[in-house]
Each structure stands twice: as structure tokens, then as C-alpha cells.
Design a protein around this ligand. Sequence first.
Ligand SMILES: Cc1cc2nc3c(=O)[nH]c(=O)nc-3n(C[C@H](O)[C@H](O)[C@H](O)COP(=O)(O)OP(=O)(O)OC[C@H]3O[C@@H](n4cnc5c(N)ncnc54)[C@H](O)[C@@H]3O)c2cc1C
Length: 464
Amino acid sequence: MDLKGKRVLVIGTGIGGAGVAALLAKEGAEVLVLERNSFPGGKSATFERDGFRYDTGVHWVARGEKGPLGEISRLVGGDLRFRVMEPAIRIMVGGRSSDLTQDIDNQAELERVFDELGVLPENREGAREFFRDVMRPRTPEEMEELDGYPLSDYLTRFTQDPQFMLLVSGFIGMYLVISPKQASTGEFIMNFAGQVRERNLSYPLGGMGAIPQDYLDALCRMGGEVRYSAPVARILVEGGRATGVETDSGEIIRADIVISNNGIKETVEMAGRHNFPDDYLEMVDRLRLSLGVASVKYALDAKVVDHHFIYYFPTPDLLDTQVGLMCPVPSAADPSLAPPGCQLVLAGAPTTPYLDDPEEADSLCEEVMDKIENTMRYLFPDIDKHIIWKLRANTRYTASISGRRSGEVIGVAQNRHQVGKKRPSNSTPLEGLYLVGADAGGRGVGTEMAADSALNLWRLLRGA
Ligand SMILES: Cc1cc2nc3c(=O)[nH]c(=O)nc-3n(C[C@H](O)[C@H](O)[C@H](O)COP(=O)(O)OP(=O)(O)OC[C@H]3O[C@@H](n4cnc5c(N)ncnc54)[C@H](O)[C@@H]3O)c2cc1C
């Protein structure tokens, strides 16, 4: 399609919305983005408090500038930069620990990690075979088959060594934020092999908010417009096609193309369920969402955490008071995110995202956040002495920053019924209405899936 002069309206400035807005402006479209919040980025935003710049989420990026986040920035003339750190990640599982370098497909490195984590000698060959199998090239047909294969069944083919299982479960938890029983083997393999191949596990300079900001800056340089505190109330549908939106303040804005970054379930409601065929509604209603994450953000007056990115899972005897958590230290990657001598530390753990019963979800999150704090005290006994401020963020908070009912961490879950060819597409049955973001049209880890969705929608619309 010739996009020159086409009026494009994008609902939301998450990574997907911001990314596709800039890409379409590059094609000559007249792009207007409406964002309900007073800030950009949705789940990938960064706020300032007392000289610290902290993320709304708890993030690290799988492929950095070599993945789709960097690709969009280059395509739109942006200046997004990532810092790759070595070792890539400190793994602390079952009472043992090891530093994983960016080189984990190197055989000697792998043997060191197995030694340090205590993978039993009799289980080593199975563990090695797992890494070989994950990294081997596959045809699209093989990948499609693996997309529909349960990850827990795939894993147990190799070994059930407890330490190996904890190591791999850590990656599943961090990438897909669902249980191995539900997770898709194809999606896991694609993410894991991609990260290992690219050797680029990293963090964006300026914080996670720098990613959507980079795309929106590019959009504005190309003549596009972003309006904040401008919630869309409904998508206008006339004669079976989307023709624009009505904002909360009652303003009608017409467009040739409407792109929603507001999640597939919410988009269907905003456009009116009666405008969609029954089979589409059934598919959307059946979609399961990923788990949520509750987090604690620490602004510290000293360097308390020695590593820049930790994955920790407690021994079984500690599970009553602790949780498995992911702990990134953004100020280690970008010192400008904290005042000199200080440290910004984030810690997050999975929990239920659903707000159907808000009280229950809140109280579960309270429990998880208490356990996060206990775990952090156990790992860093001095931490409480150094707190300038700390923030506890539950799944209701995630829902509020992304404008959704449910505070899921990623979006539509990457289970074996909802990935690859079975993932909702960028297109909808309504002419002129498209979806972008982690819910539809992409693959990858969280933010990268949202960016991949933006790239795929851009390709679809320009007909490439
Ligand atoms: C705690 C946490 C930890 C995470 N960790 C990682 C990680 O380590 N690595 C990783 O890659 N990913 C991670 N993710 C996932 C990743 O952040 C998301 O998958 C991704 O950012 C989703 O982007 P999106 O484009 O789908 O849109 P969203 O971020 O959901 O943004 C949607 C936007 O639309 C706006 N909007 C909604 N409704 C309206 C309306 N009616 N009118 C106008 N605007 C509207 C919202 O305000 C929001 O700005 C994490 C997420 C969270 C919450």
C-alpha cells in the first residue's frame, strides 16, 4: 500500500505503538499517536525520583541492539544504545552460584557452569545434549511442530537433574513468564538460541523508557504528533471498517488506518464486539495471558549489590519465606540512572495477573513483595541500612500503566496454543483496524516481541 499522506492513528505509546508509529511516518504517513498516560512507554517507561531514574518494570533485554529494538531505531534514524555486560548474568540456584558469560554455548564455559551449579556427573551428557539440541539449525516445519510441543515434555527428554532444571526454569521464567508445562518449546528455543547466538544480553542507556522515547523522537522529527493524557474511549466503525476514534473528551478524529497498542481483548471492546465475527470473538475470549510480576525497587545510598543482573531461586527449605527472583541493577549498566555513589536495584517475582478479584490479587502481591524483601535481605544483609526510598509495585500498577484490566507482565501468553502461526495476527477482521504490541503479530522476549510486532505490521502495510 502507498502510505504517503495516509492518516494513521495509533492508540498507545508502548514499544509496539511507538515503534510502528515511527516506521509508518518514515513511509510518509501522517501519524498521530494518542496516549492515555501523561508519559510514554506503557510497561517500558522510566520515571525520575530524587536523582534516580527507575523503570516501571523489571527489565533486561535479550538481544539489545542486534534484536528488533535496535533494528527499529536504525530504520527510523534513532540513537538507541545498549550496554552489554560481562558476565551476562549471575545464577544463584539451589544454594550454588555461577556467572554465565555471554559465551554460554562455549563447551568449556558450559562445563564450568555445570561444575559450579552442581549438575550431577551422571546427568551431564543429557544437559550437554540439551544445549546442543537447542542451538542446532531447524527448518520452519520443525519449528512449527515445536511451537505446539509442551516445553516440560521437551526438557525431560534430556535430564531431570534438579540443578539443571532450576537453571533452565530460570530462563523460561524470565523469557516467557509462564510455567514450563504451558510454555511452547518452539518459542523457548527461538528465544534462548537467539540470545546465545547474538551474545548481546544488555540494557538500554537511559533506562527502558529510552526505547519508546527514541522511536517517538524520530516520529516527531518526521512530522508526526504525540498527544499525552489523551485516552481513546472507542474506535469508530462505519460500514464494516474502522474510520477513526472518539477520545474520552468526546473529540472525533478520523483516520484511514487505526492501530491499537491497547491489547487485543481491550481493542475488541473498544471497537464494539458486535462488529466482529463470532469465530474471532471466540478466539480472543479464549486467549490466555502471561503471569504478572510484583516488584520492589530500591534506591540505595551505596553500592550494595555486586552484580548487575541476578537470577536467584531458593533451596526448598527457604520457600516459605523467600521467592525466586530476577534482580537487575540498571545503574550498573548506566551509572547516570543513580546519583554518584548510589545504586538503583530492582527485584521482581512472578505472581497472578488477574484483577477479576482485585482484593485477592492485591493480597497475593503483598505476600510476594514481602518475600522479595526477605529474599533481598537474605542475599544482601546490609540492604535495609542503605535504603533512601523503596517502591513496591503490584500487578494492579502494571495494569494501570498499560491501560488494561489485567496486570500481566508480557501480554498474550506464549503457550503452545498461542505462538507462531497460532498467534493473533496484526490484522483484524475489521478493515482499517490493526493490532500492534506484545499481544499480536510478533515473537520473542517481551519488549522484543512488541518490537517484532511493529516491524511485521510495518512490512504488512507497506506490502513488503
Ligand atoms: C514488571 C515487568 C517486567 C518485565 N520484564 C521484561 C524483561 O526483562 N524483558 C523484556 O523484554 N520484557 C519485559 N517485560 C515485558 C515488556 O515490558 C512488555 O511485553 C512490552 O513492553 C509490551 O509492550 P506493548 O507494545 O505491548 O505495550 P504496553 O507497554 O502494554 O503499552 C500500551 C500503551 O497503550 C496505552 N493505552 C492503553 N489504552 C489506551 C487508550 N484507551 N487510549 C490511549 N492509550 C492507551 C497505555 O497507556 C500504554 O502506554 C516486563 C514487563 C513488566 C510489567
